[in-house]
Design a protein around this ligand. Structure first.
Ligand code: HEC
Ligand code: HEC
Length: 205
C-alpha cells in the first residue's frame, strides 16, 4: 500500500514536471503544443500566440469539438454541426434570434431547447473561449457576421482555392460544407493535410 502511494505521488510529480517543461519550451521558442502535443510553428498563425492558446483544446483539435447532444441533434440535421468556436458570441446571439428565417429555411425551435442551445453556443463562442484557431475566428467577432465563411480568417485561409473546386464544383457547391473537404471536421480538426476536395482529391499547395 505504502509502495503504491509512493509510486502514485512519484508519477504525479513526473507528469507535473513534464507539463512545466512543455510550457517552458513553448514560451522560449514560440512553438505550440496545443495540437495534442505536435509541435507547430506556422509563421502565418500569429493569432494563436494569444494567452488563450491551448485553453480547453483536446487532443488533435484545432477548435474545441462540439459535444452537446442537443446541439448536435438540432443544429446538425440540415448541415454540419459547426463548432461554437467558429463564431463570436454576438454572431450566435443574432443567429438564434432569427431562426425562423435562417438562410432561406425555417429552423425555429421550442423555447426550452432554444434557450439551452443559445447558452451553449454563446458560452463556448470563439471570443469567450478563443482556444487554438478559434482565436482567428474571433478576430471579427465585433461585426457579428452570420456566416463563418464570411469571416476574414476563413477567407484568408481559403483564398488559394479556386471557385471551380467549390462553388462551381457539381459535387460540392457551397463553402459551408466544411465536412465535405475537411475529413476530420467533426472532431474539431481542420488540418490542411486532411483535406480531400470532392471530385478533386487531396489538397497540396
Ligand atoms: C432546416 C434546416 C436547418 C437547420 C435545422 C439549421 N440550419 Fe443552419 N443553415 C441552413 C442552411 C440552408 C444554411 C445555408 C447553407 C449554405 O449556404 O450552403 C445554413 C447555414 C448556417 C450557418 C452558416 C454557415 C456558413 O456559411 O458559414 C451557420 C453558422 C448555421 N447554419 C448554424 C445553425 C445553427 C446554430 C442551427 C441550430 C439552431 C442551425 N443552423 C439549424 C439550414 C439549417
Ligand atoms: C473546398 C473544400 C473546403 C471547404 C468546403 C472548407 N475548407 Fe477549410 N480548408 C480547405 C483547404 C484546402 C485548406 C488549406 C488551404 C491552404 O493551405 O492554402 C483549408 C484550411 C482551413 C483552415 C486552416 C487550417 C490550417 O491548417 O491552416 C481552417 C481553420 C478551415 N479550413 C476551416 C474550415 C471551416 C470551418 C469550413 C466550413 C465553414 C471549411 N474550412 C470549409 C478546404 C476547404
Amino acid at each position: 500500500m505504502k509502495q503504491t502511494t509512493t509510486y502514485l505521488i512519484g508519477s504525479i510529480a513526473l507528469f507535473a514536471a513534464l507539463g512545466v517543461g512543455l510550457v517552458t519550451a513553448s514560451n522560449n521558442y514560440g512553438i505550440h503544443t496545443e495540437r495534442g502535443g505536435h509541435y507547430l510553428s506556422d509563421e502565418d498563425d500569429d493569432e494563436r500566440e494569444g494567452k488563450y492558446a491551448g485553453q480547453r483544446l483536446g487532443f488533435g483539435e484545432d477548435v474545441p469539438r462540439a459535444a452537446d447532444p442537443l446541439y448536435l441533434q438540432e443544429c446538425g440535421s440540415c448541415h454540419f454541426a459547426y463548432q461554437p468556436g467558429l463564431l463570436g458570441a454576438d454572431s450566435w446571439g443574432r443567429m438564434m434570434a432569427g431562426l425562423e428565417e435562417h438562410f432561406g429555411d425555417n429552423a425555429e425551435l421550442p423555447d426550452a431547447p432554444h434557450q439551452k442551445i443559445r447558452q451553449y453556443l454563446v458560452a463556448n463562442s470563439a471570443d469567450r473561449v478563443p482556444a487554438g484557431r478559434s482565436a482567428g475566428f474571433a478576430a471579427d467577432a465585433d461585426t457579428a457576421p452570420l456566416r463563418i465563411t464570411e469571416t476574414a480568417y476563413f477567407r484568408h485561409k481559403h483564398d488559394e482555392i479556386p471557385p471551380r473546386m467549390v462553388i462551381d464544383n457539381p459535387e460540392l457547391g457551397s463553402w459551408s460544407r466544411c465536412e465535405a473537404c475537411h475529413t476530420r471536421a467533426a472532431e474539431g480538426s481542420f488540418d490542411e493535410h486532411e483535406v480531400r476536395i470532392p471530385g478533386v482529391g487531396p489538397w497540396d499547395d
